[in-house]
Design a protein. Structure first.
Length: 577
């Protein structure tokens, strides 16, 4: 049989795939060749269109579980998913290009339309309903590798959640570090102990050996891990520990920053805000009616003839007054910028940084005033000096507290030349905490900070030191957080909209977080080997989850239509009851 030409790829014959098995895989009895063809369909590939059918076999053993059930051909199943008219090469190509090269659905449609009969809505459907479920099913094909690592060295489990937005569910990912496999990825409506136990229980019941578990110190997660994995060591992220012990320092630093900024602005605010402007309220403008540029403002070598004529009377050198004005404007810009600094604990403390940079500026102004006195510089120097003097005592104390944070980080950072055991690092940290308390005991602010650091450290102490004794166990959970940020960046680059990114994360984030195969060829090969029954179940998971958002519409027309349909369905039920 031959079909007509389709998409200029030539005539294609009907390819019949026979079941390759001769005996039943369950009972070992010979299989019966069916005398009918089933599942005939047209499959579109990137380079051709195939008309395919398969001839299944059945087991006639009445005691077999697969009695009279059709056994399909492996070759037929690896051509395209069941009930799908697009081959695995089309599905893998559009999915890989979207995730790897950040293509929009319209761009994917434009790339495929000359080779495949497809629409933009079909591209979207294939991505969410075929590609993502196939990638998730492929991840499960590595269970034997996971089991082997579990028996040889034990598994290293890392857990992290993506902060929810707008009261929505929180996306959590559980990944094994040595294999990189995603064990569980999904949404949690709550973060209490019961919710975490339900999330982790299938892992404990899998029969795998989890040696170490790395996570942040969530309140409900800690007791859940103790309950579900009583024999596993629970390592806590050192980055989050450092951030938490920095909280008292960061709070005082923020207060000092606000006080310093307010004092400087009260003294010299009018001076540093007096920028060179085109006109009141405007700085630089472009477009059809841009900012006017005078000859004196043009870069050297860029003046036209009229400018040269104009400047002959003035001379080639810019006046000394204008040069001084430019220097003062630069100083003002620097001070204005320093007053806007933002902190990033544990080590980027904006108040300390603002104090030190302003102090450098103050010394610079003092040196400039010794060479040439200018009332504007004098006012700026006096205002900065007054502000610094106001918070000087607090700065000295906070600088000492910030030094404690750096010292703790130094103790926790492993020395590759002189490696330490977990017990040795623990002893060093406890010794330093005693020294820290002794330094701050007679100074109220430092004593308060030291007490809070010690309290936080005692809460983290049991889980801080496993990393020094277990190979491959990282000190922080930053890789998981980096993956979350990478997923968000990937979706944002694809959509270009923060709102759309949030919606996609809520609807398909668990599938988006699963890593890609190495390249397109590996992706095509991986998805073509997925078991059809596994794919059917995964697609059902997608359908069930996305059904939660069925009523999430902003269109007034669609919203009214949904409500009318619900009302109609309710009336029908009432009439039949």
């Amino acid at each position: 049989m031959r079909t007509k030409k389709n998409l200029n790829v030539g005539l294609t014959e009907v390819n019949i795939f026979h079941c390759e098995l001769d005996i039943c895989p369950l009972c070992g009895m010979p299989l019966h060749q069916c005398d009918y063809r089933s599942g005939k369909k047209t499959v579109q590939h990137l380079t051709k269109v195939m008309r395919i059918a398969y001839q299944p076999k059945t087991c006639l053993n009445s005691g077999c579980k697969d009695y009279q059930q059709p056994l399909r051909s492996f070759g037929w199943q690896q051509t395209a998913p069941l009930s799908c008219t697009y081959g695995y090469d089309v599905i893998a190509t559009l999915g890989f290009h979207r995730q790897e090269y950040y293509r929009t659905f319209f761009e994917l449609y434009m790339e495929l339309k000359d080779r495949v009969l497809i629409s933009e809505s079909q591209v979207r459907y294939l991505y969410y309903q075929q590609y993502l479920p196939l990638i998730a099913c492929n991840e499960r094909s590595y269970f034997d590798d996971l089991k082997r690592v579990s028996g040889e060295t034990g598994l290293l489990l890392t857990l992290d959640g993506l902060a929810p937005e707008g009261g929505e569910a929180q996306l959590w990912v559980a990944r094994e570090l040595r294999t990189g496999l995603t064990l569980r990825s999904g949404w949690m409506s709550g973060q209490d102990q019961v919710a975490f136990e339900n999330f982790l229980r299938p892992l404990a019941e899998s029969g795998l050996h989890f040696r170490e578990i790395l996570s942040d110190k969530q309140r409900g997660l800690e007791p859940a891990i103790k309950e579900i994995f009583p024999n596993a060591n629970h390592a806590l992220c050192q980055a989050h520990y450092l951030k938490n012990i920095a909280e008292p320092v960061a709070e005082e630093d923020e207060s000092m920053k606000v006080e310093l900024r307010k004092a400087v602005r009260n003294s010299v605010g009018s001076l540093i805000r007096a920028e060179h402007v085109e006109s009141p309220g405007l700085l630089t403008v472009t477009g059809l009616f841009p900012t006017e540029i005078s000859c004196s403002e043009a870069p050297a070598g860029m003046h036209d003839a009229s400018c040269v004529e104009e400047s002959e009377g003035i001379g080639e050198e810019i006046s000394l007054k204008k040069k001084r004005d430019e220097i003062i404007e630069t100083i003002n810009q620097k001070v204005r910028y320093l007053l806007t600094l933002k902190g990033r604990p544990p080590f980027r403390l904006a108040g300390i940084e603002m104090y030190e940079r302003l102090d450098e500026t103050r010394h610079c102004l003092g040196a400039m005033l010794e060479d040439f006195t200018d009332p504007r510089l004098s006012k700026l120097h006096a205002g900065i000096s007054q502000g610094l003097q106001l918070v000087e005592d607090t700065y000295i104390k906070l600088r000492q507290a910030a030094g404690w944070l750096f010292k703790i980080d130094e103790i926790l950072t492993p020395d590759e030349e002189l490696p330490c055991t977990g017990d040795e690092v623990r002893q060093k940290l406890c010794t330093f905490l005693d020294e820290m308390k002794e330094e701050g005991k007679n100074i109220s602010l430092l004593n308060k900070i030291a007490v809070r650091i010690e309290k936080t450290t005692n809460n983290y102490l049991p889980g801080l030191f496993y990393t020094y004794d277990v190979p491959d166990l990282p000190r922080t959970n930053n890789d998981r957080e980096s993956e979350h940020r990478g997923t968000i960046r990937k979706i944002l680059k694809t959509t270009g909209q923060k709102g759309a990114t949030r919606r996609i994360l809520l609807r398909s984030g668990a599938w988006e977080t699963i890593p890609l195969p190495g390249n397109l060829e590996e992706t095509i090969e991986a998805v073509s080997k997925v078991d059809p029954d596994e794919l059917r179940k995964e697609r059902e998971r997608v359908r069930i989850h996305r059904k939660r958002f069925k009523s999430h519409v902003r269109s007034p027309k669609q919203s009214r239509k949904q409500l009318e349909q619900l009302e109609k369905s309710w009336q029908e039920l009432a009439a039949n009851s």
